[in-house]
Design a protein around this ligand. Structure first.
Ligand SMILES: Cc1cc2nc3c(=O)[nH]c(=O)nc-3n(C[C@H](O)[C@H](O)[C@H](O)COP(=O)(O)OP(=O)(O)OC[C@H]3O[C@@H](n4cnc5c(N)ncnc54)[C@H](O)[C@@H]3O)c2cc1C
Ligand SMILES: NC(=O)C1=CN([C@@H]2O[C@H](COP(=O)(O)OP(=O)(O)OC[C@H]3O[C@@H](n4cnc5c(N)ncnc54)[C@H](O)[C@@H]3O)[C@@H](O)[C@H]2O)C=CC1
Length: 448
């Protein structure tokens, strides 16, 4: 059988490795990507740009030769322009001049996502940046090296915006962070949690501007010099836009069914509406266990898992994905926020009627050294009708992030709040308290 994979970043790589490691013999695997690099972990961009790690080099975790050694044919700097789904032919161009075609038996689309570009006056000025590719991270890094770049405006206080705001501040720049919402990270956390991060940002001299919509990039001599919003005009030497991703699902044209945001609509096997075409990663939908419905969540963690499941199904092993919770986390100047499933705000948006319980306590008993201890704030969100756990959020200076995986599993398995109350959670003073905040929150929850 011949497999063609379009897009060889995280989802495409996972799909390729699954095919090569499990079905390599007698099968042909062709990998095509328009970029000149693969496997860049954008997740490390802010760490590198903020000099918390010394080099970007290890943000790449594989290389073309690794796939060639396993028998794949890989073609970088090759753009797929068109797919003839009826005759199963992929049309591509190598380095913008050589036209090639590839036939396939099974096609895996892993086209990923692209940053949303606000269509504002001045958008073509120099000094306006996005952060997705390695090359874009490098461009921002080089800007921050310039002594005449003193003020950085970051538009969008989601994950990328907050992380790059910290990085630019660590590089000694004055940073202004804008978001249309009332807090940062508003798609992931309820205000009781996101405002902790807002305070943390302000404590580190990052100027936050919420409820402000970017309206225009103002320029001087072809270079951006200010950002105009609905509330004011702010001088800025560069602007970094991070207002979310849109699925990069172009090649399917009218042939493949779509989700509301344009992503390829896939079933739980990551099969599209064409049985010989699979779509994985940021270009495709996923199944939300909290909503018990189709969703779209752009994350590397989802991309990798969908690549594995999609490839097995493409090769004829029928397996369903486990669904996702959109588990995520962030650490900025030592403050850690992690969340999984739905916040109260997100549940409201999707029309799911929920209750929640909050609890706050120190991680360790009081007799432990204060320098090792910190308060942890937890919120557990559960469905009103069934008491099914649908979300959790945690915030602390203490590194409690692993706990969110337990809530992720609880949501995946449809656990109800009563199961948490008497869960056997071990006690060791080095790690927690006998009356720990998970048990206490579960006991406190209103289950009627
Ligand atoms: C700065 C930053 C930080 C992030 N941090 C995190 C994090 O901490 N945790 C997390 O889980 N996620 C994080 N993400 C999100 C994560 O990077 C994405 O969800 C992930 O890259 C999706 O992988 P993918 O393979 O589906 O798509 P992509 O990474 O978008 O890859 C798609 C590939 O398809 C290729 N392609 C597209 N169209 C064509 C075509 N027509 N022809 C040939 N090739 C094509 C592209 O060149 C690209 O290589 C971060 C993203 C960024 C930008
Ligand atoms: N730690 C992690 O898990 C990370 C995950 N990612 C993922 O990468 C993807 C892209 O990240 P982001 O670009 O940060 O998207 P995002 O969805 O996290 O945040 C976008 C932000 O932009 C704001 N916004 C939208 N339009 C706006 C406008 N016109 N003006 C001002 N603000 C506006 C939104 O309110 C939102 O807060 C997301 O799926 C994210 O989850 C990215 C970085 C880290």
């Amino acid at each position: 059988m011949k497999f063609v994979i379009v897009g060889t970043n995280h989802a495409g790589i996972a799909a390729a490795n699954t095919l090569l490691d499990n079905y390599g013999k007698n099968n042909e695997v062709i990998m095509i990507d328009r970029n000149n690099n693969l496997s860049y972990l954008g997740c490390g961009t802010a760490l590198w740009v903020g000099r918390q790690i010394s080099s970007y080099k290890k943000l790449f975790y594989t290389k073309p030769a690794d796939f060639e050694a396993k028998g794949a044919r890989i073609s970088l700097e090759t753009t797929v322009n068109k797919i003839d789904f009826e005759n199963k032919i992929v049309y591509a161009t190598i380095k913008n001049h050589t036209e090639i075609t590839e036939t396939y038996d099974k096609l895996i689309l892993a086209e990923g996502s692209a940053p949303i570009a606000p269509d504002l006056p001045g958008k073509d000025l120099a000094g306006i940046h996005f952060l997705k590719l390695f090359q874009e991270g490098m461009a921002v890094d080089q800007e921050l090296d310039k002594s005449d770049v003193k003020t950085v405006a970051v538009v969008g206080a989601g994950y990328i915006g907050v992380e790059i705001a910290e990085a630019a501040r660590r590089r000694g720049k004055q940073v202004l962070l804008f978001d249309a919402a009332k807090t940062c990270l508003s798609s992931y956390y309820d205000p009781e949690f996101s405002t902790l991060m807002d305070q943390n940002l302000r404590d580190h001299d990052i100027e936050t501007h919420y409820g402000e919509l970017a309206q225009e990039y103002l320029g001087k001599d072809g270079h951006v010099c200010a950002l105009k919003t609905n509330k004011g005009k702010y001088q800025a030497d560069i602007v970094i836009n991070c207002i979310g991703f849109r699925p990069n699902a172009i090649l399917g044209g009218d042939h493949l069914k779509r989700f509301s945001n344009g992503a390829y609509l896939v079933n739980r096997n990551f099969q599209t509406s064409d049985p010989d075409v699979f779509a994985v990663g940021d270009c495709a939908t996923n199944y939300s266990n909290a909503l018990q419905d189709t969703t779209y969540i752009a994350l590397a963690s989802n991309a990798v898992r969908s690549g594995i499941v999609g490839a097995h199904n493409a090769a004829g092993t029928v397996i369903e994905g486990a669904g996702v919770q959109g588990s995520n986390g962030i650490e900025i100047y030592d403050l850690k926020l992690v969340s999984t499933g739905l916040s109260v705000k997100a549940a409201d948006k999707f029309g799911l009627s929920v209750k929640y319980v909050d609890y706050e306590d120190k991680q360790l008993p009081d007799f432990m050294p204060a320098s090792e201890n910190a308060k942890v704030k937890i919120r557990i969100v559960y469905e009103k009708k069934t008491n099914r756990i649908v979300g959790a959020q945690l915030a602390s200076l203490y590194d409690m992030h692993e706990l969110i995986h337990m809530f992720s599993l609880a949501i995946q398995e449809g656990l109800t709040m009563d199961k948490l109350q008497l869960l056997d959670i071990f006690f060791l003073p080095h790690y927690n308290q006998p009356y720990n905040y998970v048990t206490m929150a579960a006991l406190k929850a209103d289950k009627n």
